[in-house]
Design a protein around this ligand. Structure first.
Ligand code: GTQ
Length: 365
C-alpha cells in the first residue's frame, strides 16, 4: 500500500543504489543474489551467442596436420587430433560451438590409436586415406573418404592404419555439452586393440534393407548402423537430386538411426546436402549450432552478413541463432554437417526463423 502523499517520501533514485549495493554485498556473503540484479543477463530476449562464425581452410590445416605427425605418434598422443577452436570460446578447452567439438585426426601408416571409451559420443567423416580401420564395440570398419563412422557413448574404440598412406578424418563429438552436464567418464582399455567380435558390415542387412530379423532390438545409445559408406550416401543423394529441395538447404538428407527413425546419436544429427550449380539458398536461423565440412565443390556461406568462401576440405561453423544462407559455385557442391538439433528437439528448445525475401538468383525450387 502507498504511503499518504503528505508523508515524507524516501527518494528512490538517491537511496536505492547504496542500499541495494549494500544489500547485494550482504547477499553475496550468504552465497545469494537478487534475481532482479541479473535478470537482463538471465532472461535474454534472444539466445546470447558467444560462439562466432569461423572458417578453417584445408590449405592452412593440412600442413599443420602433417607437422603434428612429425611431433607425436598416435600412441603418445592417445588421439592425434588438432581441434578447431571457436575464437569466441577459446577460454574453454575444446569447443567449436557451445555444445559441439570438431577436430582433424590423423593415423599414420603402422600406427594404432589405443582403445578407450568415453561418454561423449563421436562420429567421424573421413577426409583422406583408404583402408585404415576404426574398431568400434568389437566391429572393425575399414574406411574410405566420405564415410561416416559412429562411436556411440561408452563404446570401446581404437583406430589403426595398416595401409601405406595416412588416414585423416574429421572427429565430431558432443564433448562441450557433456562437459557442461558434468557427465564425462573416460577409460583406457587394458589392451591396445579391443578384440574384434562381430562383423559391422551386417548392420546394413540387419537394419537398412527394409527387412529385419524378427525380434531384433537395439538398446544402445545411437544408431545400430556404425558405418555409413560414402558410396551409398552419395548414390542416395544423387538419386534424390530432383526431389523438391529445401529453399534453405538444397537437397538435404539426414543420416538416420533406423531403430527409432531419429538422429544417429542421441545428442547429435548428421546431414549430407547437395547444392545445385549456382544455387543460392534463402536465409534462415535455428537455435541448433552446426559444423560443416565441404565434401565436394566450392561455394560460399553468408553468416550474419559476412561471407565465407569455401572449397573442398574446408570446415566452418554456423553458431546457433545466426542467419545463414549458402551459395554454390558454378559446379555442384556437397556439404557434410553435424549439429546439436537432436538435443534441441528433445529438450523442446529448437526454433527456426526463416526469411522469404532472400531469394535472388539460381535454382531454389
Ligand atoms: O578418436 O576417440 O578428436 O576420444 C577427441 C577425443 C577423438 C577419439 C577426438 C577422442 C577421439
Amino acid at each position: 500500500m502507498r504511503e499518504p502523499i503528505d508523508q515524507p517520501q524516501p527518494d528512490p533514485v538517491a537511496l536505492l543504489p547504496d542500499r541495494e549495493a549494500d544489500f547485494a554485498a550482504r547477499l553475496q556473503d550468504q552465497s545469494m543474489r537478487a534475481l532482479w540484479h541479473v535478470l537482463a543477463d538471465v532472461m535474454t530476449e534472444n539466445p546470447v551467442q558467444p560462439a562466432v562464425p569461423h572458417l578453417w581452410r584445408w590449405r592452412d590445416v593440412a600442413p599443420l596436420v602433417n607437422e603434428a605427425g612429425d611431433l607425436v605418434t598416435a600412441e603418445e598422443a592417445d588421439r592425434r587430433a588438432l581441434m578447431l577452436i571457436n575464437p569466441g570460446l577459446a577460454h574453454l578447452p575444446a569447443s567449436t560451438t557451445a555444445t559441439l567439438f570438431a577436430g582433424i585426426q590423423s593415423v599414420l601408416p603402422g600406427e594404432i590409436a589405443p582403445a578407450h571409451r568415453h561418454t561423449p559420443s563421436a562420429l567421424r567423416f573421413v577426409i583422406a586415406g583408404e583402408g585404415a580401420y576404426t574398431g568400434v564395440a568389437g566391429n572393425e570398419m575399414r574406411v574410405s573418404p566420405g564415410d561416416l563412422v559412429l562411436t556411440p557413448n561408452w563404446s570401446w574404440h581404437d583406430h589403426g592404419n595398416d595401409t601405406s598412406e595416412p588416414v585423416v578424418w574429421l572427429d565430431c563429438l558432443d564433448t562441450p555439452l557433456v562437459l557442461m552436464l558434468n557427465a564425462v567418464f573416460y577409460q583406457r582399455h587394458e589392451q591396445v586393440r579391443h578384440p574384434v567380435t562381430t562383423d559391422a558390415q551386417m548392420s546394413w542387412e540387419r537394419w537398412a534393407s527394409g527387412m529385419r530379423p524378427v525380434g531384433q532390438t537395439h538398446d544402445a545409445y545411437g544408431s545400430p548402423i556404425l558405418s555409413y559408406p560414402w558410396a551409398k550416401a552419395r548414390a542416395t543423394l544423387h538419386a534424390l537430386r530432383d526431389e523438391p529441395v529445401s529453399p534453405y538447404d538444397g537437397v538435404i538428407l539426414e543420416y538416420l538411426n533406423p531403430a527409432d527413425g531419429g538422429s544417429v546419436l542421441p545428442t547429435s544429427s548428421a546431414y549430407l546436402q547437395l547444392l545445385r550449380p549456382g544455387q543460392r539458398t534463402w536465409a534462415h536461423r535455428h537455435v541448433s549450432s552446426a559444423i560443416y565440412h565441404v565434401a565436394e565443390g566450392r561455394g560460399s556461406t553468408t553468416i550474419d552478413g559476412q561471407t565465407y568462401d569455401w572449397a573442398e576440405g574446408d570446415s566452418f561453423v554456423v553458431p546457433g541463432w545466426s542467419w545463414h544462407q549458402h551459395n554454390a559455385g558454378s559446379g555442384e557442391a556437397v556439404l557434410f554437417s553435424y549439429t546439436d538439433a537432436a538435443t534441441m528437439r528433445k529438450l523442446g528448445l529448437e526454433r527456426t526463423e526463416e526469411r522469404t525475401d532472400e531469394r535472388t538468383t539460381g535454382d531454389s525450387r
